[in-house]
Design a protein around this ligand. Structure first.
Ligand SMILES: Nc1ncnc2c1ncn2[C@@H]1O[C@H](COP(=O)(O)OP(=O)(O)O)[C@@H](O)[C@H]1O
Ligand SMILES: [Mg+2]
Length: 386
């Protein structure tokens, strides 16, 4: 069953991902209902209707169930009870089962390991006593990650020894349930972004290369500068995961690359992903249009990339003194500015991004680093800029 334009789509969550979904859907002629408790939800302006209510609000969920042809989510923390209720009335894509696995690091990592997908050695911590007995089973240093509601490196602690892990787990409120995971020597981080439709059609974008700073994505280089063999190994794993989950929608899989091209899965996102924002400016079908297509049961669009690109995240830190000097961005003819309409530029908050296009990934990276440095120094001048 497919939903044609001129029907209404629903989305749980109205942050920047919901905003870009709503923008894509409305461009294609759909109406969009956004459910988000934030009165300043970035998606609200792009939505036909903003339901400003909690994600488990029965009335709001009923309006979504009755008013929408299909419903999706922009974030993995949507309550599974809400998705299950909606699924009794309308297609919900991705399914509440897939979202439930992705929203809990213990379930997610256990799912990968049990199905033979490679992950870093980890221990699931449901209670402290059990962990104390098993703490030595993995190597240290390690990272403790809270199992739920962590993002952008939040709720994570590096520990050097099992003893330190026990201290952190017993003193940080709300950290358990958690995973304790061996710190692996990263050579590179990459992500695979794919879409899968209800009839099993799969579309893959070029593999992306990601650089993080302080646990937050800093920039994405696309296509990743890796060997073809590594790229096809990563995409094969990602497609197998999507098949295994009978996944419908856009799915991102983050990988660590260690040693000589060894792949470890870090995590998955059951939605469009920050590292896929380059698709907005340089792919025939971007990740948000594809999300609409998969949600509606339409054929997937071409993921062909027209030019290499680098995406730079703009965090609230850039606003410390004053709004960044945007004229520097506009002076660069191959740069595309995206701002998410967020009122408060807090440090670490994703306020927008810039995509830089070029004839090669290396050239795009050079331009991006120059532009980023100029924005950070706020000088308004770039050395040797044309
Ligand atoms: N086991 C690990 N070894 C080395 N680096 C890691 C490990 N786990 C996380 N990191 C670093 O921290 C970043 C954020 O961790 P991640 O688990 O993806 O959390 P989040 O859900 O907050 O994105 C990763 O992209 C990586 O750079
Ligand atoms: Mg991550």
């Amino acid at each position: 069953m497919s939903s044609s334009p001129a029907t209404t789509l629903g989305v749980l969550g109205g942050g920047q991902l919901g905003r870009m979904f709503a923008s894509a859907a409305r461009t294609m002629g759909y109406d969009v209902i956004v459910l988000d408790p934030d009165p300043y939800s970035p998606a609200a302006h792009f939505a036909t209707t903003h339901l400003c209510a909690p994600y488990d609000d029965p009335l709001a969920l009923e309006r979504l169930a009755m008013g929408c042809a299909a419903v999706t989510t922009e974030f993995e923390n949507a309550p599974s009870s809400a998705l299950e209720y909606l699924a009794q009335h309308v297609p919900v894509r991705p399914s509440s089962e897939a979202v439930a696995i992705a929203q809990d690091r213990i379930r997610e990592k256990t799912f990968f390991r049990d199905h033979g997908f490679p992950v870093a050695p980890f221990l699931a911590v449901e209670n402290l006593e059990e962990f104390q007995q098993r703490a030595h089973e993995i190597k240290y240093p390690a990272i403790i990650k809270t199992a739920r509601f962590g993002y952008d490196g939040k709720g994570q602690f590096r520990v050097e020894t099992p003893e330190e892990a026990v201290i952190v787990l017993s003193t940080q409120p709300g950290l358990i349930p958690a995973v304790v995971e061996t710190l692996v020597p990263l050579r590179l981080e990459i992500s695979v972004l794919l879409a899968r439709s209800p009839n099993g059609q799969t579309a893959l974008w070029p593999v992306a290369e990601n650089r993080h700073q302080g646990g937050i994505l800093d920039l994405t280089i696309a296509p990743a500068r890796i060997r073809d063999e590594l790229a096809s190994r990563a995409t094969r794993i990602a497609v197998e995961i999507a098949e295994r989950l009978q996944y419908v929608g856009v799915l991102a899989i983050e990988f660590f690359v260690t040693g000589i091209d060894t792949l470890l899965i870090n995590e998955m996102a059951p939605r469009p992903h920050n590292s896929g924002h380059f698709t907005l400016d340089t792919c025939i079908t971007n990740q948000f249009e594809q999300q609409v297509r998969a949600l509606c049961g339409l054929p997937l669009g071409s993921t062909e990339m027209m030019k290499p690109a680098v995406m730079i995240n703009l965090l609230g830190d850039l606003w410390q003194k004053a709004p960044p000097p945007w004229e520097i961005v506009f002076q660069e003819p191959d740069a595309k500015l995206h701002l998410y309409g967020k009122k408060e530029p807090r440090p670490g908050r994703k306020m927008g991004h810039i995509t830089l296009l070029a004839n090669s990934a290396n050239e795009a990276l050079e331009k991006a680093l120059r532009l980023k440095a100029a924005l950070e120094s706020g000088s308004g001048k770039r050395n040797g800029a044309s």
